[in-house]
Design a protein around this ligand. Sequence first.
Ligand code: DGP
Length: 139
Amino acid sequence: MAYDPTNIFARILRGEIPCHKVYEDDQTLAFMDVMPQSEGHTLVVPKTPAENVFDLPPEALAATIRTVQKVAQAVKKAFDPPGVMIAQLNGAAAGQSVFHLHFHVVPRHSGRELSLHAGRMADPQQLAAQAERIRAQLG
Ligand code: DGP
């Protein structure tokens, strides 16, 4: 399937729709998931258009993973969860619903179920406050 430049993350990258940004560099952007599976659920995307892990050049993928680690460290410091899940889905059959490559950084707590994947919109004020907490840890 050809990359669709009208997908929601491409529009966020172009600044056409807003996001709760936590980090940006020349190759990547990180922002809060609007339908979080747990408090602090953050997404990391490459700026290079790519639908999935198979389509992104390795150098851009390496830059994306560097940001994933940086953001996961900040999420861990900000929310102090005992676990952090990092997930990345390729294809509708794998559960991918936005077709611009992204990594999920999801705080996990023993015995606490995750909210449904892409289930319910969070309160924007709460997302803004969570983004602020993560940004504070990124310095
Ligand atoms: P996936 O199923 O792996 O493609 O995950 C897509 C995620 O994107 C899902 O957790 C919900 C989130 N999402 C969908 N629309 C938006 C949006 O407009 N803004 C933000 N920040 N996240 C979105």
